[in-house]
Design a protein around this ligand. Structure first.
Ligand code: 8X3
Length: 253
């Protein structure tokens, strides 16, 4: 079957490394794009670099009222969203839970979970009404495999995976697809954000490895999105060849 090309794609966190890679891939396929992010200038620069009609929405996903207003402001010719990519998300901190900054915890839950669920809730009724659509949620291997210092980040991604799977139960028979994309180690500004600008610490995460790239993740997202409508990818778990789930820790006295 010829690939299914989504007509209109909304990408949250579009100016980040993943978001930008997704925007470029779907622009190359000829999709029209709605790009959301916090920084108006960065959004405009990204939109200007793409060869397809784009609409930009500048708001903070943690601000529910701003999100609702932004979604309500989508012009009629961009309203029939075929693909929602819930990509906005972040990790903050990697100290043990007992030393974690509680503001970091709140920001992660608000962004990775609350905003993702509300955004889905705003876009979903239209998809069901139109008889089809696709929601791709950016989860993580962290949602399946815990690690030291992962605490709320890992838990927030378990939410994303389980929310995605649960949506499928409700959407059965509606023609709306849902996919949880679960990358492991990918070299992006993820670690720079997690370590709050400490470039040395961030570089160490990827030192001596061949990590995945944002482009690799975009490969999985476009694969799931361009399959024919009868084919739903529930979960895609990807990691670099140099990474593996490798066992449980034991404390010895
Ligand atoms: C990113 C993967 O292992 O840094 O979600 O949590 S990991």
């Amino acid at each position: 079957a010829p690939p299914h090309i989504p007509g209109i794609v909304l990408i949250s966190g579009a100016t980040g490394d993943f978001g930008t890679a997704f925007a470029r891939r779907f622009a190359a396929l000829g999709s029209r794009l709605i790009l959301t992010g916090r920084n108006t200038e960065k959004l405009k620069a990204l939109a200007d670099s793409l060869d397809v009609p784009t609409h930009t929405l500048a708001f903070d996903v943690r601000d529910r009222k701003a999100m609702e207003a932004a979604v309500a402001s989508i012009p009629a010719d961009f309203a029939a969203i075929d693909l929602l990519i819930n990509n906005a998300g972040l990790a903050l901190g990697m100290e043990p839970a007992q030393k974690a900054n509680l503001d970091d915890w709140e920001i992660m839950v608000d962004t990775n979970d609350k905003a993702l669920a509300i955004m889905t809730g705003l876009i979903l009724p239209g998809m069901v009404e139109r008889g089809g659509g696709h929601i791709i949620n950016l989860s993580s291997t962290a949602g399946s495999y815990p690690y030291p210092g992962g605490h709320v980040y890992c838990a927030s991604k378990a939410f994303v995976t389980q929310f995605s799977l649960s949506l499928r139960a409700d959407l059965l028979g509606t023609g709306v697809r849902v996919t949880s994309v679960e990358p492991g180690m990918v070299e992006t500004s993820f670690s720079l954000v997690r370590f709050k600008g400490d470039a040395e610490k961030a570089a160490k995460v990827y030192a001596g490895t061949t990590p995945l790239t944002a482009e690799d993740v975009a490969e999985s997202v476009t694969w799931a999105a361009t399959l024919p409508p009868h084919f739903n990818v529930n979960r895609v778990e990807i990691m670099p060849t140099v990474q593996a789930p490798a066992g449980l820790a034991v404390h010895r006295f």
